[in-house]
Structures are given as C-alpha cells and as structure tokens.
Design a protein around this ligand. Sequence first.
Ligand code: SF4
Ligand code: SF4
Length: 419
Amino acid sequence: MAGLKIPKHKHMSLKQLNTYLEPDKIYIPLISGGDTDLEVYFNIGDTVKKGDVIARRKTSFKTPIFSSVSGKIIGEEEVSYQTGIKVNALVIENDKKETAKNIKVRKDIDKLTKEEYIDIVNECGIVGMGGAGFPTNLKYKTDTKINTLLVNAVECEPYITADYTLLKEKCEDVLETIDYILTINDINEAIIAIKENNVDLIKHVLKYKESYLKIRVVEVPNKYPMGWERTLIKEILKVEYDKLPLEKGIVVNNVSTIYGISQALKFNKPIIERIVTFTGEGIKEPQNVLVKVGTKVDEVIEYLGGTKKNVFVVAGGPMMGHKVETDLVVTPELNCVLVLPKIKTMKEVGCLRCGRCVKYCPASLTPVLIKDAIKDRDKLVLLHPEKCISCGLCSYVCPSKIDVREQVNKAKEVLKGGK
Ligand code: SF4
Ligand code: SF4
C-alpha cells in the first residue's frame, strides 16, 4: 500500500487551547453526513434549549441534530457546508443562559448493556468526528464479536492538530471511556494509534495508561494517508478486509469521537461543541479553539485577530479538504479551517504519463486512466473510481499540476448516474 511523507505545518497551531463559546447567533445546518432529507421539529419563533433535537435524518440512521445554545429560532439562512455546497441552516439567537435539556450525570457506566450503550450513542448524535460523519452507533450494532477497538489519533493531514490537542487535554477521559467501551461491548483490547514523530504525545498518553491493562499505544510511520482505516489496520494488525473492518472483528473510532462518546455516556451530552484547528499561513494567530457547533468560522477568525490579505479558506486539511466561502459553519465533523494565501499556481500542463499518481495511490487505483476515461462509463466501471478515498495524493504528486483527484471525483459522479 503506497503512501508518502509530506511536509508538516503542525507547529503553527500547537498553542494553548482557546475557546469561543458565546456567539450571538448560531446557524445549525440542516444536513447530516451529507444527507439533507431531514424531519425538522421546530419553527421560526420557537424557543429551544441547549441539547434539543432540532431535526433528524429520515433514513434508517435517524441521526439527530441538536441546538448548541438556548434561545430563539429567528430565521433560516443559506450557509456553506464543509464539502463546499450551500445548505439551509436554522438561525438561533443565543440567549446565553445555557439552559440545557436532559443533561444528567450517569453513574455505573460499566454496567450499561450493549443495547443501552448503542441507544445512548445514537440519541446523542455521535458521528465520526475525524471528517467522515458516519453514525458511530452503527459500528457497534452487530452480532459479530468485536476483538479490537482501534482508536485513531494519527491525524495525518499536514496542518491539523485538533485530535492532538484533544488527547493532550482530555487524556484521562479518553482512556476511561475506551475502558468502558471495552467492558460494555466485551472487546478484548484497544489500540491507540499515534504517529511515531509525536513523541511528546506518546509519552503523555503512556503516563496515564498504566492502570488500563487492555489498552496499548502503538506508534505508526509518519506517512500520508496513515490515518485511513485500511492503511492503519494493515499497518498495525497486518489484516486486510473487503468492505468493513468489522469483517475482521475490528472497530475504528477517531479519538475525538471517543471523547464525544465520553460526554454522551457520562452526561447524556450530544456533540454540541468541538475543537477545531484554525490555521494556515493566511491567518494571523493560528490555534485550536473549542467552539459551539453552528458557529460561523469567520467570527472565530476575527476573534483570533483576522486574516492576512488575499487569502482563501479550506474546510479540512490541504489534502482532503474543500475550498469554501467564509460563511462556513462548524459541524460535528469539521476538524480544521485552513486559511492560505492566494498564490499564483503553475498552470496545468498536459499529462506526462509519468505514472506517479498510480505509484502513490493508497487505494491501488490508476487515477491517470480514470481521468482519461471520464466520458466512458463502461471503462470507468472497470477502473473502480468509487474506491477512491479522496486523499488528494494523486494531485499532490502530479508534476503537470493536474487536479487528478477532482477528475476521479467526477468519475465517481458519472458512475452514480450524475453528469
Ligand atoms: S485521491 Fe483517490 S485516486 Fe487520488 S491518490 Fe487518493 S485514493 Fe487514489
Ligand atoms: S501524475 Fe499527472 S502527469 Fe503523471 S501520469 Fe498522473 S496525471 Fe499524468
């Protein structure tokens, strides 16, 4: 499986965790995991509490979406979502009273049954917080015996330090919660995967780990995309799977997701806040900030001192992220807001047939052939663009500056029956 060492820019944001928790308004996007088919429970003019379920997916997932403040719904507005599309959001005027719904301190967490655990994780809207947004309860809703819980703290994108910061700040909570998950779901062991160059983080976790005998910390190579489930499982457990890690008795959760589960189990608290890395050469004061879901990112950037001149914004990291407008809002899956200076990029030139995109593709695809077959559906079927994880390596290594990933994404749409 291919992969590449790419330059890091993580030092920029590794400072004391900042907070921005009292926005005047929040904007709750009516979308969950890319799905806008929702049942909405509130109208304009209604008052809401912090933690109220505002809407729910209509599919079998039924994932709830919450208000992150108490206050009044004052309207609907179009905002930017992290994939670059525009979505409708409910605008809530924050009364700053933090009147919360259903928050309670739960005792005897290790006595919960697996069914109760799955129900709490679902009802608190826990989704993959590493960027995927997949409903977490579905990973545990299985009759297959789970042998290993793999906690992904790799964070291989070059600028992002949100998981790093979370693990530094909340290490005890994370370890305790992993232990609860193992007990409740009868899982044999947990492995926390951290990149080998994060020496201080590894030391930090090992300091707290002593009393948790079923948890191991494993160092993984400093390569991109080491954080991809498939790469990580192969690297650590030497196992390959067809569709899902569960086929081999493995569940993978991002470390921020584990903290989300922690808050759900201990306090019945849904994901209404998260740590987001605000970084890049275009922002004056890069740092990690604890923010409410629904906060407009331009407000946070202003609070941090603003941007330099002539910049653009990316939701997520530079490899997998999407260029967005500044009306982007924080969602449970948003881990980074990257602000970069606009620079004159080299003009795209013709394909050199060098094969670099093939050599480095971690999904063992042939991006150059997919690009060439973009109008030929029959050929595309054989080239499997749907297996692409949008890691961006093919564009990164292309000497002709072709946005190969974009072409592969278009090919996915063609296969789905789009353009
Ligand atoms: S973006 Fe897709 S096609 Fe390109 S290298 Fe990554 S997985 Fe392969
Ligand atoms: S890396 Fe770029 S130039 Fe080389 S084969 Fe792929 S698309 Fe063509």
